[in-house]
Design a binder for this molecule. Sequence first.
Ligand code: DHB
Length: 391
Amino acid sequence: IRTQVAIIGAGPAGLLLSHLLDAAGIDSIVIDQRSRDEIEHTIRAGILEQGTVDVLVSTGASTRVLSEAHQHDGIELRFDGGGHRFDFPALTGRSVWLYPQHEVLKDLIGARLAAGQDLRFNVTAQSVEGAETDRPHVIATDADGQTLDIEADLVVGADGSRSVARVAVCGSSRDGYFREYPFAWFGILCEAPPSNDVLIYSNSDNGFALISQRSDTVQRMYFQCDPDADPDALTEEQIWEELQSRVPGTTLKEGPIFQRDILRFRSFVAHEMRRGRVVLIGDAAHTVPPTGAKGMNLAVADVVLLEKAIRALLLEDDERPLDRYPEVASRRIWKAQHFSWWMTSMLHVAPDASEFDRRRQLGELRMVTESEAGRAYLAEAYTGWPFETQR
Ligand code: DHB
């Protein structure tokens, strides 16, 4: 099989890239090892930056985001018995939108299939060959065990944190800057009305909790837990006790819990994002811990940048933007790495935290919330920085 751009991974990054390339008249094939059903129903992130919404809407990638997403003009930080509101429009002129990632994926898959995109589910990439040539290949197997050989001008690894393409770029799948955290999130979905008008990020002596939302009738909540915790070990009553004890001052609206999962925390940036004609985007290139909701937004920023570089390469025979892609992308990546690490460290209670650490942390939370500059610093990062424009 022959295409201009072979994209591994039908997540937000891979699908949006194929959508933008199609609009520029560039042909692509997208493969993913998962089924369409799994992609459209796995619960992932929920918060879109303003810039992400703008891209989805202006390119026709998602029309439903305008009617279905909920605008959130702020968040609330809780600590030491008090709540502190961050008013994003007042601080930055921007907002964020609550719109689940799997809804973004349904929109993108619908748009791609309607446009006749070659999009193949249940196809597993095995390796990427010929990175240093003008004709790199993806070797993959389909559900029947048949081998597919996709030849392209460029291969894009949008295949998530266990990326196969990363091996071709970095030499190994684990080659990167790496940080682990001594805690994880216990996440639930429940049938209940929202407990608050905005998301609550709460630091407490019992650990962190995030009271998020999905719709008027479904809520998403998380509490800090041990990375090895068993999601089935707690009763529903114990889960509500854990959550409630971490948001003193608010009575959570409870309801039947219909999904529970453990989210592990990792920070990762691959040492290289490009080798010859193979490029990495999204989680294949970098992973952030979930606090602050940067993961999907960062993937979209990669796509916006890379799409311009691919247009220059394939339509104008200009390789310079692709040469600069890793350096330009990594500026935003490291800002988002810092922000995600900072929100995580500021809000969670590490298992080995001393009394000094705990008091210092409360001092930091006071500095950020009591200062207009501090609130603006957090709000600028949370709502998302402007996209880099390549020079
Ligand atoms: C959600 C996840 C986040 O990490 C976050 O910062 C905000 C919201 C969510 O899943 O709803």
